[in-house]
Ligand binder design. Sequence first.
Ligand code: TMP
Length: 224
Amino acid sequence: MKGIKQKLGRGVFISFEGIEGTGKSTQARLLSEYLAKKGRKTVLTEEPGGTPISLQIRKVLLSTKHKEMDYLTELLLYNAARIQHIKEKITPALAKGNIVITDRFSDSTAAYQGYGRGISLKLIDSLDRIATGRMRPDLSILLDLDVETGLMRNKHINKVDRLELEDVKFHKKVREGFLKLAAKEPKRIKLVKASRGIEAVHKEVVRIINSIALNEFRREHRLG
Ligand code: TMP
């Protein structure tokens, strides 16, 4: 796939995206294990998080006590956490030739703060330019699931954070946002139905990795 390698380093950058309860963390971990078994150096990380500072910001963002948080504060904090994440973790790992797999990246900001909160996409893009220099994953896997099922799955594992407390309408806007982003960038963002079992979804992710990445990616990273 043309452009699969970041200009920044020798590594490959992959993100998992989607609404709550789609199994992103599980799938990110399974892919990381699969690639590690193939002998690839992988770094598994998440947003907001991945560094001590970003984890502190995560706590502020997700605390259910912070009901009065302004949407703009929220947007800036996600960007602040991302700057730190890129600087301390993602860029150094890519420079060393690792495959970096992150559970969420900037598509989440466009989907949640843009389509979900209703902040102008222009403003989000301007901030993204400042925070990331418009760095994008080489490949993004969008796990898609209906909102009710996703929220129900999280309820079963007692996962509650500030954004999950939003109503179904909000999460539907976020899901639609993700689908619009995937339609805008079909080469980078690959849609995977997350309603199937964990193993079936993992197989589909591996199939995508092996088909898209074929030439350059496979040669560079000896996946095949
Ligand atoms: P998670 O660990 O469940 O993915 O929690 C992260 C929460 O933060 C989730 O509700 C999505 C939200 N989020 C945003 O709203 N904007 C962002 O840019 C990111 C990375 C996450």
